[in-house]
Design a protein around this ligand. Structure first.
Ligand code: ADP
Length: 169
């Protein structure tokens, strides 16, 4: 498995699956979620609504998969990050679950190149350095997996990009 780092917009990445930092409602939101729905078009929300109807809300740490509409990626995996509340409410474990459940779901669907945004580090206020360490550790647990080809961390802001650059050296 290769780990790559890109500074940019995840909606422009041509991979098997991009991951969305969604909220539990799966009904869209701001930040990366808003960008994915805007660029991908209504197909993504249609699929999210169907999931809502059959499975209900998506709890933090879990992941679901939809089509990708007009995006260059083949599929979108929506995961719900933890809202940072000081660190005593298993936020770290929940964040690691996001990365690992998204990868497991991708592999189940035959998707081997996956791009992640910096989940929970926007409006959910997870400290960026802590989040980066957790994300890299969670992904590294798949080292040696026979199918997983590439995980790309897509950093939108300069601060996250700098942190990942240092940690991935
Ligand atoms: P959360 O609610 O999980 O914190 P946000 O969307 O508010 O989700 O922020 C998560 C991260 O996504 C932030 O680091 C933000 O800089 C980043 N981000 C925002 N837009 C994009 C985009 N188009 N592509 C990649 N990352 C993005």
């Amino acid at each position: 498995m290769k780990i790559s780092l890109i500074k940019g917009d995840i909606t422009e990445i041509e991979v098997d699956a991009i991951v969305n930092a969604a909220n539990s409602s799966l009904m869209g939101g701001g930040g990366v979620d808003g960008a994915i729905h805007r660029k991908g078009g209504p197909q993504i929300l249609d699929d999210c609504m169907e999931i809502r109807q059959t499975c209900g809300e998506c709890p933090p740490g879990q992941a679901v998969i939809t089509r990708a509409g007009d995006l260059p990626a083949q599929k979108v995996i929506h995961t719900v990050g933890p809202i940072w509340q000081g660190g005593q409410l298993n936020e770290a474990e929940t964040l690691a679950n996001c990365y690992q459940n998204a990868i497991r779901l991708a592999l189940e669907h035959g998707l081997y190149r996956i791009a992640f945004p910096n989940i929970s580090t926007g409006v959910y206020r997870f400290p960026k350095k802590k989040a980066a360490v957790i994300a890299i550790e969670a992904v590294n647990e798949f080292e040696g997996h026979p199918d997983l080809e590439e995980v790309i961390f897509v950093c939108f802001d300069e601060e996250n990009y700098g942190l990942y650059k240092e940690l991935l050296l």
